[in-house]
Design a protein around this ligand. Structure first.
Ligand code: ADP
Ligand code: MG
Length: 259
């Protein structure tokens, strides 16, 4: 194996990664200023496709280089970092593509309780978190896109789990009236700070550490709920002096959005 050649390659890929990161940062900046979610979908799809290929090349060659090097070579750690960061970019790009795809619905008559159960089963619940589900539905039938609404509920449940690193309880409540079906995800986690309440649905807003949050969960949820002609509300308390902390997201969907 020729090491100087590997080092040169490594530098090229570090530069490529840097360029990709810069592109991504400028896209994020552009998206932040974009007012319309629809326009954003198109922009993000275009950029995400552009970024996917170079990111794939970076990951692949970094892995090849890593295999070529003896395990005790200090460059192995640098390569691990490159792979990790490229993976992070790919996650963001994946989120963008997902975001862009979410502009049409596949609506069917669905059982709201089955949707809630399916969403619950799609989430990995850590030992320190308990989830209770309860329903007071009079009529479980509702017209909705099952897959996309599953994504809405699982994302809300994931956020709730992530807000309770020391453990806690989540309540998933389903209720209805003749015209509407209501899903409520209630947690007793950290709560959301007041100054963050109006940023929640802004793409890329996240308070989670680097590599942990993409800040695309709630904007995607918002888009899906709005396409169903539904509504999303948040109540939260992050100040223990004002009472128990926690957050409740309430999603209200028309039983038949055509009406
Ligand atoms: P991400 O989860 O990737 O950070 P989201 O769009 O899902 O992105 O959420 C944006 C931010 O909203 C989170 O980083 C967090 O600060 C806040 N948030 C969302 N749900 C909750 C919750 N249940 N409890 C506390 N904070 C929350
Ligand atoms: Mg999230």
């Amino acid at each position: 194996m020729c090491l100087p050649y590997s080092i040169e390659k490594l530098h090229t890929y570090i530069r490529d990664l840097d360029t990709s990161n810069q592109k991504l940062a400028s896209v994020q900046e552009a998206l932040r200023h974009s007012e319309k979610l629809a326009g954003m979908g198109q922009l993000s799809a275009g950029i995400a496709h552009e970024l996917n290929n170079p990111l794939g090349v970076i990951t692949m060659y970094s892995n090849i280089l890593k295999e070529e090097l003896p395990q005790d070579n200090p460059m192995v750690r640098d390569l691990d970092l490159i792979v990790e960061q490229a993976e992070r970019c790919r996650k963001i790009v994946g989120g963008l593509l997902n975001f862009a795809r979410k502009n049409q619905l596949n609506v069917d008559e669905t059982d709201a309780l089955k949707l809630a159960e399916h969403s619950l089963n799609s989430v990995i619940v850590p030992d320190h978190v308990t989830i209770h589900m309860s329903s007071s539905l009079n009529n479980p039938n509702v017209m909705l896109d099952f897959d996309q609404m599953t994504q809405v509920l699982t994302n809300l449940l994931k956020n709730a789990i992530e807000a309770m690193p020391e453990g806690g309880e989540i309540n998933l409540l389903i209720s209805d009236n003749p015209d509407k079906v209501i899903f409520r995800v209630k947690d007793n986690g950290s709560g959301i700070e007041k100054e963050n309440m109006d940023k929640l649905f802004t793409p890329f807003f996240t308070t989670k550490g680097i590599g942990k949050g993409t800040g695309l969960g709630l904007p995607i949820i918002y888009g899906i709920v709005k396409m169903h002609k539904g509504d999303i509300q948040v109540e939260s308390n992050s100040n223990p002096e004002k009472g128990p902390t926690g957050t409740t997201f309430t999603i209200t969907l028309p039983r038949n959005r055509m009406v």
